[in-house]
Design a protein around this ligand. Structure first.
Ligand code: WTA
Length: 649
């Protein structure tokens, strides 16, 4: 807690965070200065912790105008070797790499050592090879949260294939779109997933997707034993195909700039983009951020509650922890099953030292009261992390005080799919914290705030968050569409990477992310393009037009508010509301389910026909007094009708 005489917003970093830390305040200051003043030497030094087949001599080589980004370009390495084999070779084969906790508390725990992990990856890699997968091929992974999902990612990396993981909550339509976009010929999946006791029909979803696109082969893990149909010649059971593979599979030497993975993410316009990360820079970035930000110490148990289908799972369940030789918990289920104490029960059971989750989960669990936390022994916890959306100070304090007994630092890490790893955060041993502020830039990160015209704003101020210099973990392109990459991130403010986030910098140089300033919304920490939900809605035969905005939601952070205009003669009804919700779930997936449907005969438009989203946002937020200038509207009467409609709900 803040001490008397201090500004109330500060929370001092506890002594326990400073003792034995990898990075004190003095270290941070000198390392940060070096990272921006002597960039090449700094990153060459960080890269030395990895094994390289060819040591890089060219370190940073990038330009934001024109956009071309390379790091370690003459280096060669394999990230799977670095994440797994390197530790086995160093005599740490018996160390635990993964602790798998299944959906049901009595569903069994699997403890996988680094040596076992190596053997499992080799088995998976040889199976992929036997299916015809070669270096550079795209492999789609649509898996539950089970160790085999991580094996599949690392097996791809081992043989030089590019993985494209799709979150298990996405629909067949979403799978088909992503498979088609990156021309992936292979899918790795499971019969079913399990979440909160519910069976998720993964294989059936893949089958439905494959009515729209074709692939050469599907590899199926038997997980729940649920009934699935197997198409002869196309579908293969993993346990059968992997039965008598060789016990060896060399790690393919990859150039640092060879692609490692594609991950689809939403933007303001169009279909999700396949953000591409390459091997060397991503390896160095995830290794370094994990080491310093989570202040990782040998032997500790780290748990990131994300799903491997999101970037957080890629970087901080799989690559970051394993590159550091850490022990990572992987949890199949949800925080509320079988009860609201599940997270804390797992922390106690596996003596978790470092815990990393999302504000939406914290808010949901906070609402259930302290008793769920207090009944568990959380004394092993040393560090708490937050990611995915702004954390409100109230949730921050509950996390720090109730979960962390007021003694564990909370690190609020701001980053994005495109940044590969954490960018702005306090470091536990180096910085005092301010609840609600992400904190300070990590090594090599140069944030800048600009106004809407691109003028640079100095000092304590608010603006649009840009990053002015490249960092090793930066995405290199959008798969197959470099122009879209340039347009999306580097054209709003020429020569700068624009994050899409609004941000305030205070007088202490701390950054406060205020949320997206584009047409992207953040629902329970999941990024969603309003345009995607709109296109799903207008696919319905009764819908003529739709506009989607975010609005404040107690638990989810933002909810999905849909304005819908029906075709002439179609009446709104409860059945239609339910049908439209189901329709969006089917098109995108359950995470996109509309929270609010607002039927309206018309949408507010300018005379040139542009929908005025600013007004729609304000109405959804119940802020009728601050609608701003409505004089450019073609029909101002639309607005009063919308306000009446909102009030009546
Ligand atoms: C938001 C997730 C505030 C932000 C790693 C960003 C945050 C988007 C934070 C990226 C945070 C992420 N504080 N906002 N600590 N972390 N965001 O690509 O709007 O799924 O642009 O990456 O989440 O979401 P993405």
């Amino acid at each position: 807690m803040a001490e008397a005489g201090e500004r109330a917003e500060w929370v001092k970093r506890p002594a326990a965070a400073i003792e034995g830390t990898n990075c004190t305040l003095g270290d941070y200051q000198s390392l940060y200065a070096r990272s921006v003043e002597d960039t090449d030497a700094f990153w060459a030094g960080q890269a030395e912790r990895l094994d390289w087949f060819a040591q890089p001599t060219k370190i940073a080589n990038w330009s934001f105008d024109p956009v071309a980004i390379k790091w370690f370009e003459d280096g060669a390495l394999n990230i799977c070797h670095n994440a797994v084999d390197r530790h086995v070779d160093a005599g740490h084969g018996d160390r635990l790499a993964l602790i798998f906790e299944s959906d049901a508390p009595d569903g069994g725990v699997r403890r996988i050592t680094y040596a076992e992990l190596q053997a499992e990856i080799i088995r998976m890699a040889n199976t992929l090879k036997a299916m015809g997968v070669a270096k550079g091929d795209r492999v789609t992974i649509y898996m539950p949260m089970v160790p085999e999902g991580a094996y599949a990612m690392l097996a791809c990396a081992r043989i030089g294939a590019i993985h494209s993981v799709i979150f298990g909550g996405f629909s067949p339509e979403a799978i088909a779109g992503r498979v088609e976009d990156c021309e992936s010929d292979w899918i790795v999946t499971a019969d079913e997933g399990l979440r909160g006791g519910k069976h998720i029909p993964l294989k059936a979803n893949v089958d439905a997707a494959l009515e729209k696109v074709t692939v050469k082969a599907v590899l199926v893990l038997r997980h729940t034993g649920g009934d699935v149909s197997m198409t002869e010649g196309r579908d293969h059971w993993y346990h059968e195909l992997s039965a008598d593979g060789p016990a060896e599979c060399p790690c393919e030497p990859m150039n640092a700039e060879d692609p490692l993975f594609i991950l689809y993410t939403s933007g303001s316009t169009g279909k999700p983009k396949g953000v591409l990360h390459t091997t060397g820079g991503y390896a160095v970035w995830t290794e370094t951020t994990f080491r310093y930000i989570f202040d990782y110490r040998e032997g500790e148990v780290f748990w990131c509650t994300a799903d491997i289908g999101w970037v957080t799972g890629h970087s901080y369940i799989v690559y970051g922890p394993l590159l550091n030789g850490a022990t990572a918990v992987m949890f199949e289920g949800v925080p509320t099953y079988p009860d609201h104490d599940r997270f804390w029960a797992i922390c106690e059971k596996h003596k978790v030292n470092i815990f990393y989750t999302a504000p939406t989960a914290i808010r949901a669990l906070m609402r259930e009261g302290d008793s769920h936390v207090l009944k568990h022994d959380l004394s092993a916890l040393r560090l708490l992390g937050s990611v995915g959306e702004p954390i409100n100070p109230e949730a921050w304090r509950w996390y720090h005080e109730t979960v962390g007994k007021g003694e564990r630092p909370v690190i609020d890490t701001w980053w994005q799919t495109e940044t590969g790893g954490c960018m702005i955060t306090t470091l536990p041993g180096a910085h005092d914290m301010k609840p609600g502020s992400a904190g300070r830039p990590f090594f090599g990160v140069c944030p800048q705030l600009v106004d809407n015209e691109g003028e640079v704003l100095d000092g304590a101020t608010s603006g649009n968050l840009c990053i002015t210099r490249s960092w090793p973990g930066q995405a290199r392109t959008v798969y197959g569409d470099h122009e879209r990459f340039v347009q999306t991130y580097f054209s709003t403010y020429k020569g700068k990477y624009f994050t899409g986030d609004g941000c305030r910098r205070d007088e202490d140089g701390y950054y406060w992310i205020t949320g997206r300033v584009d047409d992207v919304i953040n629902v329970s920490g999941h990024r969603m393009g309003t345009a995607e939900v709109e296109s799903a809605l207008v696919l319905h035969p009764e819908v003529s037009e739709a506009a989607v905005v975010g609005y404040p939601h107690d638990i989810k952070g933002q909810g999905i508010y849909c304005y819908v205009t029906l075709n002439a003669g179609v009446e709104e009804s409860e059945e239609l509301t339910a049908e439209l919700r189901a329709h969006v779930r089917k098109e995108i997936g359950p995470i996109a389910t509309p929270d609010h449907l607002h039927f309206t005969p018309a949408l507010p438009k300018t005379r040139s026909g542009k929908i005025m989203r600013r007004i729609l946002r304000k109405i959804a937020e119940n802020e009728f007094g601050s609608l701003g200038d409505t004089s450019t509207l073609a029909d101002p009467g639309v607005v009063s009708a919308l306000i009446d409609g909102r009030r009546n709900r």
